[in-house]
Ligand binder design. Structure first.
Ligand code: CP
Ligand code: NVA
Length: 332
């Protein structure tokens, strides 16, 4: 699982539904003092999941370790100073060796080619835990959060490729980055419109635009992509306002330049009002958060879904491990 673009709309919708179903079932079991329900319980017994992280992480690390543990397996965290990769050993050698001893590699890297190369040479499934281009586990959790917030509990989606979210509008205000690219691909697949407002020079690169648009191929009513330089335009009629840091990991040297370029892009209640967001608008952010991209009033306010969204990273990890490791890539 390197990007949401690897999945059909039906596969993506199923992963999101599975994540939600596991959340309900496991929480009920824990509340009753029971083990996680079968078939999850023990589904990774005896298996090791290697977690190769070249960058820091709170949510991705904790959710992956907790998910593997919940399923009875052993999460093996390998930080950048723990293994030979990148200093004494090549990606190819590392991939062949680590995959010969484990059942899955979950990798957080810089250049996307690093996780793609790991996958190309691995004998076990590889899950992208964030690259410079994509963050698929975040997108599964984000759609789980949108599904849990906006799908009517009694409505039956029109097909297995649908989460019943067609017609919603997401407004992304901020940097066009890895989190946005997979989120936009998910939106197009689920019939959710997405408007992206980024300053000049920080918009969606052409190859990503093509990939986002291609996500609509074969989808009955794909979501539409709008791009603008004006935050108010993106926010108009939006159901969900989303942002992420203006300075991603690895861009620290550009901090000052970026903070200047993004002035005026902070999400606030005043921006939502000026732009004309829907009255019920909600706020999402993958975290970690900095106050420049969203003020405290919105971030900690009643419209904010950020903490359920963060918790859903656990259930997204469970659903992904079940599909790619337990069921060998079949999303059942
Ligand atoms: N959202 C997310 O991936 O957070 P971490 O960097 O803490 O894993
Ligand atoms: N865009 C951020 C996401 C962190 C989860 C980064 O790449 O640092």
């Amino acid at each position: 699982l390197l990007s949401i673009s690897d999945l059909s709309a039906a596969e993506f919708a199923k992963l999101v539904r599975n994540a939600s179903a596991h959340k309900t079932a496991v929480k009920a079991a824990f509340a009753a003092g029971e083990q996680p329900p079968k078939p999850l319980h023990g589904s990774l017994t005896g298996r090791t999941v290697a977690m190769m992280f070249s960058k820091r992480s709170t949510r991705t690390r904790v959710s992956t370790e907790a998910a593997v543990q919940l399923m009875g397996g052993h999460p093996m965290f390998l930080g950048k100073d723990d293994i030979q990769l990148g200093v004494n050993e090549s990606l190819y050698d590392t991939s062949v060796v680590v995959s010969s001893m484990t059942s899955c590699m979950v990798a957080r890297v810089g250049a996307h080619s690093e996780v793609a190369d790991l996958a190309a040479h691995s004998s076990v499934p590889v899950i992208n835990a964030l690259s410079n281009d994509f963050h698929p586990l975040q997108t599964i959790a984000d759609f789980q959060t949108i599904h849990e917030t906006f799908s009517s509990p009694n409505s039956t989606p029109s097909s297995e490729s649908s989460l019943g979210l067609e017609g919603l509008k997401v407004a992304w205000v901020g940097d066009s980055n890895n989190v946005l690219f997979d989120l936009a691909i998910g939106c197009v697949k689920m019939g959710v419109d997405i408007a992206v407002a980024s300053p000049e020079g920080y918009g969606i690169p052409e190859r990503m635009r093509q990939l986002i648009l291609a996500a609509g191929e074969g989808v009955a009513k794909p979501g539409k992509l709008f791009e603008t330089r004006v935050p108010e335009e993106a926010v108009r009629d939006a159901d969900i306002l989303v942002t992420d840091t203006w300075v991603s990991m690895g861009q620290e040297a550009e901090s000052q330049k970026r903070l200047k370029a993004f002035a005026g892009f902070q999400i606030t209640n005043a921006l939502a009002e000026r732009g004309g967001a829907k009255p019920h608008w909600k706020f999402m952010h993958c975290l970690p958060r900095h106050p420049e991209e969203v003020d405290d009033e919105v971030f900690y306010g009643p419209r904010s879904l950020v903490f359920p969204e963060a918790e859903n990273r656990l259930w997204a990890a469970v659903a992904a491990l079940e599909a790619f490791v337990v069921n060998k890539g079949k999303i059942l």
